[in-house]
Ligand binder design. Structure first.
Ligand code: T1G
Length: 689
């Protein structure tokens, strides 16, 4: 037996130990080892299945997907558990996920550490539990609960798992010792597959299905998973298992599952910086400058992760208001049951206001989130430079501005970098970490460590206007605006991209953010150089009319009081016609396919430039930015993965088509796109030489 799986007998109990770091994934060595251990139980009267390290099995080994299957399969191993002549007890701690939970369901009993969690996250990989989870879990917790876990993909607590019947007992203290003691009391098998499926509450079921249709719009795994779980009440176990397998295999190597596996690994790779071997600095006390929406959200992001935070605002009133807003947000979370009131107040208490710059003297990391103007930021950095410890890292939360210019004004640019949070900063997972020309390895690694500790997905960006996401957003917004001016109604532009999978159309998004933001930005830009005037002339006119978007109940759309639903406005349609006439634009029908293609190609072409300039380390980092910061559908894998799926020869051919139609200004293909297309290669395979 491999040293990954060992077994020993203690009294009447056979202990099967698995040690396959980092998360005890159920790779072939584990499956072989466990199956072999079960084949010879000697004179033991019960067995315990236990994993060393931080968690019970965290699922099938995702790195094996897409490769030829190897026996024994996970189903074979689970059958060996069920056919074992003695009762098997799963000793569960950490995160028993996917195939890990399915393995536990193949055992006779399940004892779980109080802090343990269980779940079926497979839907996040574009699949669903494919080793009997859709058949065994309903037999313990009923179809609605099983389907809810399968479709929302979220882990549940140990207490909840015991409450709904998935686990038998909570363990406090040593999970293995408690599992052995539990095993000593069990002499009978309790094979889950032999249990009946409890009657299904139809109303409960409808609620689960409705929630999934909303939260997982466009994901084809929802349909297959639902059919597999419902079959548990309609077919005998073996037939339902065959059905589960068929429905699972339909998804496993499909484009959505490939895209979501790509995202799983991309989000772990993005935190790695090639050629960096510095150690992170200490991270204890965090400083935040600015108590507005961003500053408050950043303070909450750190307080939520247990950090002590000092927050300062030059305007005492703003500081007071900012803290009141933070407190209200925490108490609102408590009232919704997301956290206890005690936890909410604890988190709030971690955020302490300071009334002078000196209060930052003890901070390890200080993040400024003040007004997006270079002079204002430089003034803040001068103050911080004067009080911050020499080894403290100072970060700017700027969305666009030149981090090198900000750093150049400080004593030690090596300790300066950007940490671009996305609003709301305590919710959005993406964090762009902007590496200045002089940013030290230590500063960068410290910022990456901070990101991991506050559960953000970090992506390292070089310095350019808009870094990765906002730089790419310009082309996307440009093409959406042009399609509207050329003939598509605003709601048709937005519907095309919503149907593609974006959470909201770009024009409605502009109304949500405020049309005046783009208006103000464009005042500092050069028309025709930095932006395409025709794409935003309508928005500029609307701002000048006082129509700034949702906040003024009218922008490109109009809005009824207390509703955010965009309503097409004939007045705007007429204005578009007038502007088109004035600009000499011959309006024409613009199809949804053209709208989607132009917006996507604009993203891809700019992404290729970002790659070739070394602003992003790798194509998958760009995908991580766009999926986590801009709502690009996860089941399409991000713009660069999507391009690779289309094929770069096709992407280049279509980009050249628009270059001929609209001219070279915005449609000249990026040299990297031309190169990779010529080599029949992909963005995913490219590494900057
Ligand atoms: N297979 C292979 N590697 C895995 C893995 C897995 N299931 N889970 C994690 N890793 C690697 C990960 O890539 C990283 O590697 C390291 O472990 C630490 O992970 C039949 C088909 C368990 C909550 O979807 O949710 O079972 O970057 O950074 O933040 O029905 O990992 O260090 O080289 O995420 O502490 C279902 C996926 C599989 C769980 C830990 N299971 N994993 O989080 O560490 S499909 C999942 C997680 C399945 C069956 C189906 C998390 C975690 P590296 P990490 P973490």
């Amino acid at each position: 037996m491999s040293d990954i799986v060992t077994s020993e007998q203690r009294g009447d109990v056979l202990i099967i130990r698995v040690n396959n770091p980092p998360v005890n994934a159920l790779g072939i060595a584990v499956r072989e080892g466990v199956t072999n251990a079960l084949a010879d139980v000697g004179n033991a009267k019960a067995a315990v299945l236990h994993c060393e390290g931080r968690t019970f099995f965290a699922g099938a080994d995702i790195t094996e997907f897409g490769k030829p299957p190897q026996s024994p399969s996970l189903n074979d191993m689970i059958e060996a558990l069920e056919n074992c002549p003695i009762p098997v007890i799963a000793a569960m701690h950490g995160t028993s996920l996917g195939g890990g939970l399915e393995t536990a369901l193949g055992c006779d009993y399940r004892i779980i550490d109080r802090k343990g969690r269980v779940g079926f996250p497979e839907i996040e990989l574009g699949i669903f539990p494919g080793a009997g989870g859709t058949q065994r879990s309903p037999r313990l917790c009923g179809i609605p609960e099983s389907l809810k876990m399968t479709l929302d993909g979220k882990p549940i607590t140990a207490a909840r798992a015991v409450e709904i019947g998935l686990c038998d007992e909570i363990s406090d203290g040593d999970i293995l010792e408690n599992a052995i003691a539990f095993a000593e009391t069990k002499t009978e098998k309790h094979v889950v597959r032999d249990l009946p499926v409890p009657a299904c509450d139809q109303a409960e079921l409808e609620k689960v299905l409705a929630a999934a249709q909303k939260s997982r719009r466009g994901q084809i795994a929802v349909e297959n998973a639902t059919r597999a779980v419902l079959a548990s009440a309609e077919m005998d176990f073996d037939s339902a298992m065959e059905n589960e397998r068929k429905l699972f295999m339909e998804l496993l190597n499909g484009s959505q599952a490939r895209a979501m596996r790509h995202m799983f690994f991309a989000e772990r790779l993005s935190a790695k910086v090639d050629g960096l071997d510095a150690q992170p600095g200490s991270l204890g006390l965090i400083g935040v400058v600015g108590s507005g929406t961003m500053g408050g959200g950043i303070a909450m992001a750190f307080a939520n992760a247990g950090f002590a935070v000092r927050i300062h605002d030059a305007n005492a009133e703003a500081l007071k208001a900012g803290l009141e807003k933070i407190r209200a947000l925490y108490l609102a979370s408590a009232s919704k049951g997301r956290i206890s009131e005690a936890e909410a107040l604890d988190r709030f208490d971690r955020i302490q206001p300071i009334d002078s710059w000196d209060g930052f003297a003890a901070c390890d990391l200080i993040i400024e989130a003040v007004f997006e103007r270079m002079d204002v930021k430089k003034a803040v950095f001068a103050e911080l430079d004067a009080v911050a410890r020499p080894d403290a890292i100072i970060a700017t939360n700027t969305s666009y501005l030149d981090v090198d210019e900000i750093a150049a004004g400080t004593k030690d640019p090596a300790r300066v970098l950007g940490m671009h949070f996305f609003s709301p900063a305590n919710v959005m997972r993406l964090l762009e970490i902007v590496r200045g020309a002089k940013t030290s390895g230590k500063a960068l690694v410290t910022a990456l460590d901070a990101a991991k500790r506050i559960r953000k997905v970090p992506v390292v960006s070089g310095v350019c206007h808009g870094f990765i996401g906002n730089r790419m957003l310009k082309g996307y917004g440009r093409e959406a605006g042009l399609c509207m001016m050329e003939g598509a109604a605003p709601q048709d532009v937005d519907k095309a991209l919503y149907d593609f999978g974006m959470p909201m159309g770009p024009l409605a998004m502009g109304d949500l953010a405020g049309l005046d933001i783009g208006y103000d930005n464009r005042r500092s830009m050069v028309a025709g150089e930095d932006y395409e005037p025709l794409a935003s002339v309508l928005q500029d006119r609307l701002v000048e009319m006082g129509r700034k978007g949702q906040k003024t109940s009218a922008g490109i759309y109009k809005y009824e009081a207390s509703s955010r639903a965009p309503i097409p406005d004939p007045e705007v349609d007429a204005l578009i016609e007038n502007i088109a006439q004035e600009q000499g634009v011959a309006r024409r029908p613009v199809s949804a396919d053209e709208i989607v293609e132009r917006c996507m190609l604009a993203l891809i072409n700019e992404g290729a430039r970002i790659l070739e300039e070394g602003i992003a380390q790798r194509a998958s980092d760009i995908d991580v930015v766009y999926v986590n910061g801009y709502g690009f559908p996860r089941y399409r894998g991000g713009p660069m993965f999507y391009a690779d799926e289309l094929g770069l020869a096709h992407v280049l051919e279509r980009t050249r088509h628009y270059q001929e139609k609209f001219g070279p200004k915005w449609w000249t293909p990026a040299p990297l796109l031309e190169k990779l297309a010529a080599e029949n290669s992909s963005f995913g395979a490219w590494k900057k030489g």
